[in-house]
Structures are given as structure tokens and as C-alpha cells.
Design a protein around this ligand. Structure first.
Ligand code: PGA
Length: 260
């Protein structure tokens, strides 16, 4: 069975001192983690170093970033590179989040370059894909997912694609309190796995994790993860409070056998 991955995307929240206080409390509440669950926090760039220090060397909680640029260094004012994130102890990087696509005009070609750069520097990319409400209402969810996956991953070898985690995040579910139903999420995850299998192989996609994101809470996480199609969650709002993030980690650990 694939290890569950729970990622807290803090977005543009928490100054460094708040981030440190959060991590200390989280560590207290989760002194150990089940071997069946990987837990990641993705603070803003400005808090990465403080969170790394607060986590310490022995914490099972891992560090992720929310974005990066594809070049390694140079005259790119305001950007942050994969080697810089690696140097700060990041293991994961979220790429192609719908907020980046809609608010900052990110397109699949740049997302593709970022994924390539992340893999080159041994960062694990979490590629976000998902449809808008209008696209779902038109019945084009599968086409949108297919297009986003093809555009973001075209030209990659099967081995490279195996290093990517996909997050299915329907845009209409993000920050709205209206999560996809487990059935809707499972259907989308099946489509994603089928599309990936057609460009790689079923053996490769069987090992890949597909997360669900969009209004995940301590209340709905269990039913979402009841399906073995859903390998974890990318969490926004509910990861900002220690209590709810720790509860999610506990619920997931209990649901996927070994307790926290
Ligand atoms: P949400 O955000 O949990 O607040 O809906 C999820 C995300 O944007 O990744």
C-alpha cells in the first residue's frame, strides 16, 4: 500500500515567530508519527528556515515549499530556486497550484520547467491539477485533467513521472467549505491514474500518490481516505490551526492502521 501523504499548505500565512510556535505545538501533539503516514508543512519562503530549526533533525515532519522558479540562479528578481529550497531542507515543493495559475498567470509550460528543475535537484514536486465549476458543469472535468497532465508532464520519462505526486484540487472546492464528495474525488483520481498509466505504465502509476485537496477538514478526511484511490490530502485552511492539522494526522493514522 502507498504511504499516505498529508501536506499543509500555509499559503501566505504566519510570520516566522508564529510559524515556530505552531511547529513546537504540533510536535508536542504528535510526538511520533505512524509509519503509514508522511506529514509535510509548507510555510511561506520567509518562514522555511525558522520552521526547519523548530522541527530539528529528529522530527518525522517534513518541510515543503509552495512554489519555485526553474532556473538555478541568476538575474530573476524575487524568485527562489530549487537548490535554495534544497539548502533549506525542503523535501517537497507544491507546483501549479490553482492560485498560482489564476492569480499569477502560471501556465503549463512554466509548470513543466519547474517540475523538471525540482526533480533534477531531488525535490519532490506535488503537481496540482483540477477543474473549475464551469468546466465541471460542462462535463469537461476529465478533459481538463487530461490536458493539464499532458501539458505539465509531456516529454518526461516514466521514471521522472514516478517522482511526481499529483494533487487533485477542484478549484470550486478550494477555500469554499464545499469539498468534493468521496465519489467525485475517486472518479477524478481514477481518471488521473488512467491518463498517467497511458503515458507511463500501470506498474509506475500504481506506485504514484494522488492526493485530494479542497476544503479538507478533520470531519471529512476519514471518508475521503476510505477509498484506496486517495493517497492523502493537500490542506489549506484546516492546516493553519494546530488542533485541526494534528487531528487530521491522527485520524489518518488511525484509518490507515498503525496509530500515532
Ligand atoms: P483549502 O485549500 O483546504 O483551504 O480548501 C486547499 C489548497 O488550496 O491546497
Amino acid at each position: 500500500m502507498r504511504t499516505v501523504l498529508i501536506v499543509g499548505n500555509w499559503k501566505m500565512n504566519k510570520i516566522a515567530s508564529e510559524a515556530v510556535a505552531f511547529v513546537h505545538e504540533l510536535k508536542e501533539r504528535l510526538p511520533t508519527l505512524s509509519a503509514t503516514v508522511e506529514l509535510v508543512v509548507a510555510p511561506p519562503f520567509t518562514a522555511l528556515e525558522s520552521v526547519r530549526m523548530a522541527l530539528g533533525t529528529s522530527s518525522p515532519i517534513q518541510l515543503g515549499a509552495q512554489n519555485m522558479f526553474w532556473e538555478e540562479s541568476g538575474a530573476y528578481t524575487g524568485e527562489v530556486s530549487a537548490p535554495m529550497l534544497k539548502d533549506l531542507g525542503c523535501r517537497y515543493v507544491i507546483l501549479g497550484h490553482s492560485e498560482r495559475r489564476t492569480l499569477f498567470g502560471e501556465q503549463s509550460d512554466s509548470i513543466q520547467k519547474k517540475i523538471r528543475a525540482a526533480l533534477k535537484h531531488e525535490l519532490r514536486p506535488i503537481l496540482c491539477v483540477g477543474e473549475s465549476l464551469a468546466q465541471r458543469d460542462k462535463g469537461s472535468t476529465d478533459d481538463v485533467l487530461m490536458q493539464q497532465l499532458h501539458e505539465s508532464l509531456s516529454g518526461f520519462t516514466g521514471e521522472a513521472i514516478a517522482g511526481v505526486t499529483i494533487a487533485y484540487e477542484p478549484i470550486w472546492a478550494i477555500g469554499t467549505g464545499k469539498s468534493a464528495t468521496t465519489e467525485q474525488a475517486v472518479a477524478a483520481h481514477r481518471t488521473i491514474r488512467r491518463v498517467l498509466a497511458s503515458t507511463t505504465s500501470p506498474a509506475i502509476t500504481d506506485c504514484m500518490r494522488i492526493l485530494y485537496g479542497g476544503s479538507v477538514t478533520p470531519e471529512n478526511i476519514e471518508s475521503l481516505l476510505a477509498s484506496d484511490q486517495i493517497d492523502g490530502a493537500l490542506i489549506g485552511g484546516a492546516c493553519l490551526q494546530v488542533e485541526s492539522f494534528a487531528t487530521i494526522a491522527r485520524v489518518v493514522s488511525a484509518a490507515r492502521s498503525i496509530g500515532v
